[in-house]
Design a protein around this ligand. Structure first.
Ligand code: 5AD
Ligand code: SF4
Length: 432
């Protein structure tokens, strides 16, 4: 009987892809199959995220639960960003943990598995040309890494300390992977990197250097690839070439994530984001001029240390001017090893008030944008079965729509007319 692997994945799409990479290695080289029940697993992995405050004690209490109820002899490994920043401390505090594997070291999963108490968290380790085996949790949508690490030094962000310096993956490897996935049914590919539009700045080997716009052009020449999505681009690197390619290339989905973080020039400077409020708005205008149907999403942090009422008003001003289609908003939380870690925090009541004000405004804007979609028709790519006999999918510009339907629609495109509006999902019917 094959050995069983239980894996819990937290955090971003990069982490999901890292989990797929680890599953691929463990299947191919160690004969594991996956299970959803940790009690029957021979190996329990928790792939952690530390970008915001998932309190460390929560990780340890969860580990305690796994240890108490696990099958006799089962191993436990802690992977991902929290593994990178806590390292050996994890084994000191939870001695039953068998190994710790950082976010930059997932290719070593089969090595650490056999070394008791191994701690592999080197952020200078280069995985950019590692030939991972193929495993995808979905056959109709493929996540593909195009770079690892991040070269920026945003003062609130732990990622450069957990994933290390940015290295781009050679374009020919990315193109081969995209072709393989598309031939196997993934009509949509999703390019991943901490900072995708900085692609091509540094490669580790002697490889042809191309930028992100050129990578998009080459990927769109693969016949079987019908849609290309990516995350996350950085507003600082949104040059005209990139925005024009985005607008005119029909395979690129017309949905752009533009993480604003703050609308105040003072705070943007303190965050070391590298752009101003004016630059951000100018890029939105250029984007909408090139591509009127684009939907724009963003990330906003409220109450970064030193944020005054005027600074917050600038963020609200950008929200009103841009009218984002979707906003992910967070209260600032100090992270270890970051430049902002020891700065004086904004009073917690003020930060809560700002977050709820922002979210209320966002809901109003969002509801107005959504209401205007009633009766429209979108080409939807179906990707997930949901409750009550519905299946959901996305339009090119990232509108999530559900229709009555089952498995046979997975990985299929259909024209869908919107018949009812909801806040997170619309309902529609397939046009014959
Ligand atoms: N506090 C709050 N939000 C943060 N993010 C990253 N670091 C922090 C932090 N210390 C948010 C940013 C980023 C998103 C992925 O998480 O908005 O874009
Ligand atoms: Fe963090 Fe900034 Fe890099 Fe994004 S660009 S991962 S926010 S350091």
């Amino acid at each position: 009987m094959s050995k069983k692997l239980f894996i819990e994945t937290l955090g971003c799409a990069m982490n999901s892809r890292d989990s797929e990479h680890m599953i691929a290695q463990l299947r191919e080289k160690e004969g594991y199959t996956t299970t959803d029940e940790f009690r029957e697993a021979d190996l329990i992995l928790i792939n952690t995220c530390s970008v915001r405050e998932r309190p460390v004690h929560k990780l340890f209490s969860e580990l305690g639960g796994f240890n108490k109820h696990k099958k006799k002899g089962a191993k436990i490994g802690v992977c991902g960003c929290t593994a990178s920043h806590l390292g050996e401390e994890i084994i000191k505090r939870a001695p039953y943990v068998n190994f710790v594997l950082g976010a930059r070291n997932v290719s070593k999963i089969c090595e650490v598995l056999h070394l008791d108490k191994a701690v592999e968290i080197d952020i200078n380790y280069d995985e950019s040309e590692f030939a991972f085996d193929d495993f995808r949790s979905s056959s109709h949508k493929a996540f593909i890494n195009i770079s690892i690490g991040c070269d920026k030094s945003c003062t609130f962000c732990i990622v450069p300390k957990t994933r290390g310096d940015e290295i781009s993956i050679p374009a020919d490897l990315i193109i081969q992977e995209a072709r393989r996935a598309a031939v196997n049914g993934a009509k949509e590919i999703f390019l991943l990197g901490q900072n995708v539009n900085n692609y091509g700045r540094r490669f580790s080997g002697d490889t042809e250097k191309i930028n992100f716009s050129e990578l998009l052009r080459r990927l769109s020449k693969i016949d079987e690839v019908e849609r290309i999505r990516f995350t996350s681009p950085h507003p600082f690197h949104m040059d005209d070439e990139f925005i024009e390619e985005f607008g005119k290339n029909p395979k690129i989905c017309k949905s752009m994530h533009m993480p604003l973080q703050s609308g105040s020039n003072t705070i943007l400077k303190a965050m070391k984001r590298g752009y101003t409020k004016e630059w951000f708005i100018n890029r939105v205008q250029k984007l909408r001029a090139e591509c009127p149907e684009v939907s724009i999403s963003t990330d906003i942090i409220v109450a970064f240390p030193g944020e005054s009422d005027e600074d917050f008003a600038d963020t609200i001003d950008v929200m009103k001017q841009v009218r984002f289609d979707q906003i992910f908003s967070f209260k600032y939380s100090p992270r270890p090893h970051t430049e902002a870690e020891h700065l004086t925090e904004v009073d917690s009541e003020i930060s809560s008030d700002r977050l709820s004000y922002l979210q209320t405004l966002n809901n109003e804007i969002h509801d107005e944008i959504n209401a205007a979609l009633m009766g429209n028709t979108y080409r939807v790519y179906f990707e997930e079965l949901i409750r009550d006999g519905y299946i959901s999918g996305r339009s090119d510009n990232n509108i999530v729509i559900k229709v009555k339907g089952s498995e046979e629609l997975l990985g299929v495109f259909k024209d869908v007319k919107v018949t009812a509006i909801g806040r997170t999902i619309l309902t529609g019917e397939i046009l014959a």
